[in-house]
Design a protein around this ligand. Structure first.
Ligand code: SF4
Length: 391
């Protein structure tokens, strides 16, 4: 076990990786104590409060986990006026806040001149420092806001793994997100810079996290925030599950023999292999349909009336594919020969798993306004219960 480090300068990426995976309580206590000493030496014991004003919950981005993303389902949206923001800032000053933070989604209607005017108003009327957290913006806007008196800017780069970043933060059409580059440019403009990452993004590795911490050192950030990955509960399933009369976990498989036969045919007779592959996929899906029909025919379902049974699987409808892990822990489908690999895919390939949900028909209806719906090529979940058939 390495000794608790004096500074990050004494660590390389490999040592950070070792510390991230350290489980020895005594070693961790030494690390926490060292961290506490550094904290006390640099910022003391005072707690500094910030007055944070959420000035808009409009956003043009489609981040996979975010409750205010552009297509995060039906949700009341608001954008504060200049007068409302200034009134809040004055109240913050009266309550003793020395810093006012203006935070919002990436909202183009929070224009450069509008925000600059608000920043000028706050600094003139309250004398408070102003921190902005308004996402990725043009250099012209950032410069104007700095000139208007903004002191700090918060922009988390979330992860240094570009693939992981793109998965949770898809770029708007025609643009490429580069938050680290924006952080560097903002520092040149004279901002103090706050950034950070998320921990627990599905697919994130210890190496990736170690690299994130290494990057903090390289970029010499002024403030760092590290928070858990907490996907918004605004998914269709969050509304469907509580409405259920009955939930049944399931896993079905056609077995390994058919996968071997498909592989064999692909090598010699591609067309026949493709046909068998398609038929096997249909058969696996049909096993699910049979289960749905069986559940709907149960006496309790018939007696309740207007009940529909549908299956939901990890990887669909906002249920992240990593949900397979929890499902497998509860269901143990290894007993019928189904295994999970590191990417949460099942072997044999022609297997399906998930939860069968018996619920009032209307509760299965899925709006097309969830973030993942924008990227989904299949309208199946919406077509299976058309709006006009819902009683
Ligand atoms: S940019 Fe921020 S507010 Fe907008 S969707 Fe992404 S996480 Fe949410």
């Amino acid at each position: 076990m390495p000794p608790a480090p004096e500074t990050l300068d004494g660590l390389d990426c490999a040592a950070i990786l070792t510390w991230l995976q350290e489980r020895d309580e005594a070693a961790l206590d030494a690390l926490w104590a060292r961290a506490d000493e550094v904290r006390r030496a640099h910022v003391g014991d005072a707690v500094h409060l910030r007055g944070l004003i959420e000035i808009s919950n409009y956003c043009v981005r489609h981040c996979a986990y975010c409750g205010i993303a552009a297509c995060a389902g039906p949700l009341p949206r608001y954008r504060m006026t200049r007068d409302e923001i200034l009134a809040c800032a004055r109240k913050g000053r009266d309550l003793g806040f020395g810093t006012i933070v203006l935070q919002g989604g990436e909202d183009p209607d929070l224009t450069g001149p509008f925000v600059a005017d608000v920043v000028r108003g706050i600094t003139r009327e309250t004398g408070a420092a102003v921190t902005l957290s308004l996402g990725e913006r043009s250099d012209a806007d950032l410069r104007a806001w700095r000139d208007a008196g903004a002191n700090r800017y918060l922009l988390r780069f979330e992860t240094t793994d570009p693939e992981l970043y793109r998965r949770i933060h898809p770029d708007p059409p025609g643009t490429v997100s580069d938050r680290l580059a924006q952080l560097v440019r903002m520092r040149e403009m004279g901002y103090e810079i706050g950034t950070g990452v998320m921990v627990g993004i599905p697919g994130q590795t210890w190496d990736s996290l170690a690299n994130d911490i290494w990057t903090f050192r390289d970029y010499d950030m002024d403030m760092i925030g590290i928070g858990p990955y907490l996907p918004s509960p605004r998914t269709p399933l969050a509304g469907i599950f509580p409405a259920a009369d009955r939930l049944d976990l399931f896993a079905f498989t056609l077995g390994q023999a058919i996968s071997h036969e498909i592989e064999r045919l692909f090598a010699g007779d591609f067309a026949l292999g493709a046909v068998l592959d398609a038929v096997a996929s249909l058969a696996a899906d049909n096993a699910g349909r049979v289960a749905e029909g069986w559940l709907e025919s149960q006496p309790a379902a018939v007696a309740a009336g207007s009940r529909r049974a549908f299956l939901y699987s990890p990887g669909y409808c906002g249920w992240h594919i990593s949900g397979q892990e929890t499902l497998f822990a509860a269901l143990r489908p290894e007993a019928i020969g189904i295994r999970l690999n590191e990417s949460f895919l099942m072997t044999p390939l022609k297997s399906i798993s998930g939860v069968l949900v018996l619920a009032p028909a209307a509760s299965h209806r899925i709006a097309a306004t969830y973030p993942f719906c924008a990227q989904c090529q299949s309208p199946a979940c919406r077509e299976r219960i058309p709006v006009e058939t819902v009683p």
